[in-house]
Ligand binder design. Structure first.
Ligand code: SIN
Length: 275
């Protein structure tokens, strides 16, 4: 008997799931319910989930193959290439995901979802903001939708990952990070809904138009996608989990707690080429 409770956080994005212990092997119906809620709400939140690394990986594998992060040499865990270590403290000069983004959108096939468990929280702050790119798309005028529809943009991992590697003192000039073109408006492969697919961390320019036009359009889109009406905000507790859909949601990790510590592990699920 599956007894999951699904409580929406806002009408547009986010739901909290109760009555489930993710350390257990999940029943088919539980996985189907979680998947259904994930597609409907774009980000799911769970509380009090004291998972070890293998249990977190096992949870991720219910939804697809696990993705290996291109910058894992900076944020990896020995023996677990699928884990991204999220770690900020007094020696940190920049944190993972400190602006609006979709994880690793520079990959040719960017991850479909990410599952973050935070096990050490600051005394206050360190929330993560999530924004529905379905809602952001829906709010555009029909002329703007029509204009954006055929465009593609370059998502380059270099500027972000090189900056962070330099700050961490592990920059290797020979290391090349992914850079790929993706549609500015993508269609979700499971819901068939359209969403805006550009973000501040990875999207550098729009292909096939002059530089100044590309800059102005991206600036407009970056402001548009960050409107509070498209968002929900998650306050972490120890052992909270967030599971978000990178194909239709952006997130932004607030770094307002320096020099306090915030730590967690992220498992990322492989995805398809955006269309
Ligand atoms: C990330 O995965 O981008 C980091 C999110 C967070 O630390 O809240």
């Amino acid at each position: 008997m599956v007894n999951l409770e699904i409580n929406p956080v806002t009408p547009l994005i986010g739901a909290e799931i109760k009555n489930i212990d993710l350390r257990n092997t999940l029943h088919k119906e539980e996985i189907a319910k979680i998947r259904g809620a994930f597609l409907k709400h774009s980000v799911l939140f769970f509380r009090d989930q004291d998972l070890n690394i293998d249990q977190q990986k096992a949870f991720g594998k219910y939804f697809g193959d696990l993705h290996i992060h291109p910058a894992r040499d900076r944020n990896g865990i020995d023996g677990h290439p699928e884990i991204l270590y999220i770690n900020a403290g007094p020696d940190t000069s920049r944190v993972n995901g400190d602006d609006w983004h979709s994880d690793v959108s520079c990959d040719e096939k960017p991850p479909m979802g990410s599952i973050l468990r935070i096990f050490e929280v600051p005394s206050s702050g360190g929330d993560t903001l999530f924004a529905s790119m379905y809602a952001a798309y829906d709010a555009l005028s029909s002329s703007m939708k029509k204009f954006l529809e055929p465009l593609t943009a370059i998502h380059d991992g270099g500027p972000n990952y090189i900056d962070r590697a330099k700050r961490a003192g592990i920059y290797k000039p020979e290391k090349v990070f992914p850079s790929n073109s993706h549609p500015v408006i993508r269609t979700h492969p499971e819901t068939n809904k359209k969403s805006i697919y550009v973000n501040k961390i990875f999207t550098q320019s729009i292909n096939g138009i002059p530089k100044d036009e590309s800059k102005a359009i991206l600036e407009f889109l970056f402001q548009h996608i960050a409107k509070p009406t498209f968002q929900c905000r998650f306050k972490w507790e120890k052992d909270s989990i967030a599971f978000w859909d990178n194909r239709c949601a952006l997130h932004h990790a607030m770094w307002d707690y320096y020099p306090e510590v915030r730590r967690g592990y992220r498992v990322t699920i492989a995805g398809d080429k955006p269309l």
